[in-house]
Design a protein around this ligand. Structure first.
Ligand code: AMP
Ligand code: MG
Length: 319
C-alpha cells in the first residue's frame, strides 16, 4: 500500500476517503474510474449502464467479442447475476473474496448490459478482496465491470503509474492503492454442471481447486467460444521477448529468477508468489529500458508458476 504523499499533486491519482466518495459518484453517473484490486488495476464502470460499458471498450481499444468480468460484493450479490450451483457455491465460499472468477449461466433477469458478456448466456463473476474495491462496491451498490486498466493487448497495470502510462488522459481518475498484491490476473473457472474447466490459470492454483472440489478440472474444449478473450498474443511489451533465457545476449534486458541474476530479478529466493507480484512491473521496466530486446529466465511451471508461464507465452507471441 502506498502511504506516501509524493504523488499528491497528480490530478488523476487520488487516495483516501474523499477519493472513494468522488470515485463512487463518478461511477454512479456512468463514468469510468481506474481502481486497484488484489490482482491488477481495473478500469471500472457500472455493468448495467450500456454507454459506460461502451466507454470501457473504447478506452481500452478492446475487441467487443472479449467479455468483461463483473465484480460483486458477496456471494448473495453474485446470485442476482448468475446461477451458482453447488460446485460454484463451494468455490465461492472457499476463495471469495479473492482472485477467482467463476463463469456461470446468467440469471433470467440479470440486469447486466449485454455488451458485458459479449452476448453470451454465461457471465464471469468475481468478489475481489482489495479493501478499496470492496469499499467502492459497498458505497455505490453497483456491480462493477472492470477489465485491466490498460490498452488492450498490452502489459497489465499493477501500479497507478502503469495506468497513466497506458491510458493517459483517457482515465480522469485513478484510485491509488499502491502496488497490487497478487500482480497477476484472476484464475478463471467455468462451471460445467458438476465439473469445472480452468479457462485462465491465475493466483488460485490447480492444486487449490482440486483440493477444494475433490476432483480434477476437465480438459479445455471449444476454446474460441468458451474463453473468447484468451488471445495468443496478450500482455505484450513493444519489444521482442525471448523465454527460458539462462544467459542474456548483449542487447537483452534480462529478467532473472532465483540464481539467474538478470538486470532485475523476479525473486532471488525463487519464490513464485513474489515473482508473480512483480512480473508486470518488471516487464514495464524492461520495455522502457534502453535495450532493444527482453529476455526472461526460466520460471518453474508449478503452482502460480503455471499462470506466470501462461502470461509470458502470450507476452512473447507476436500480435
Ligand atoms: P480480463 O481480460 O482480465 O478482464 O478477463 C476477462 C476474461 O474473462 C475474458 O478475456 C474472457 O476470456 C473471460 N470471460 C469473461 N466472461 C466470460 C464468459 N461469459 N465466458 C467465458 N469466458 C469469459
Ligand atoms: Mg487485460
Amino acid at each position: 500500500m502506498s502511504g506516501s504523499n509524493d504523488h499528491i499533486d497528480d490530478n488523476a491519482r487520488r487516495y483516501g476517503k474523499q477519493a472513494i466518495l468522488a470515485a463512487a459518484e463518478r461511477l454512479q453517473s456512468g463514468g469510468l474510474v481506474a481502481v486497484p484490486t488484489e490482482t491488477v488495476y481495473g478500469l471500472a464502470a457500472d455493468s448495467t449502464n450500456a454507454s459506460a460499458i461502451a466507454e470501457i471498450y473504447r478506452t481500452k481499444g478492446r475487441p467487443d467479442f472479449n467479455p468483461l468480468i463483473v465484480h460483486v460484493p458477496s456471494i448473495q450479490a453474485a446470485g442476482k447475476l448468475g446461477l451458482l450451483n453447488d460446485l460454484a457455491d463451494r468455490l465461492a465460499k472457499e476463495f471469495w473474496p479473492g482472485p477467482l472468477t467463476l463463469v456461470v449461466p446468467k440469471t433470467a433477469d440479470c440486469p447486466v448490459t449485454p455488451a458485458v458478456t459479449a452476448g453470451l448466456e454465461t457471465i464471469a463473476l468475481r468478489c475481489p478482496a482489495h479493501h478499496l474495491m470492496q469499499k467502492l462496491l459497498a458505497t455505490t451498490g453497483l456491480f462493477l465491470a472492470a477489465p485491466s486498466a490498460n490498452k488492450s493487448g498490452g502489459i497489465s497495470p499493477t501500479k497507478p503509474q502503469h495506468v497513466e502510462h497506458s491510458l493517459g488522459n483517457a482515465v480522469p481518475m485513478i484510485l491509488d492503492g499502491g502496488a497490487c498484491e497478487s500482480g497477476i490476473e484472476s484464475t478463471i473457472v467455468a462451471i460445467r454442471g458438476d465439473d469445472y474447466q480452468i479457462l485462465r490459470p491465475g493466483p488460485i492454483t490447480t492444486e487449490q481447486l482440486e483440493k477444494s472440489t475433490g476432483k480434477r478440472a476437465i480438459d479445455k474444449q471449444g476454446e474460441t467460444i468458451e474463453a473468447p478473450g484468451q488471445l495468443a498474443s496478450h500482455y505484450a511489451p513493444t519489444k521482442p521477448v525471448r523465454l527460458n533465457a539462462t544467459q542474456p545476449e548483449p542487447d537483452d534486458y534480462h529478467i532473472g529468477f532465483g540464481d539467474i541474476g538478470g538486470n532485475i530479478n523476479l525473486s532471488v529466493s525463487g519464490d513464485l508468489a513474489e515473482a508473480a507480484s512483480i512480473l508486470f512491473a518488471a516487464l514495464h521496466i524492461a520495455d522502457s529500458s534502453d535495450m532493444p530486446h527482453i529476455a526472461i529466465a526460466p520460471i518453474p511451471k508449478t503452482g502460480i508458476g503455471v499462470a506466470i508461464n501462461d502470461r509470458l507465452q502470450r507476452a512473447a507471441q507476436k500480435a
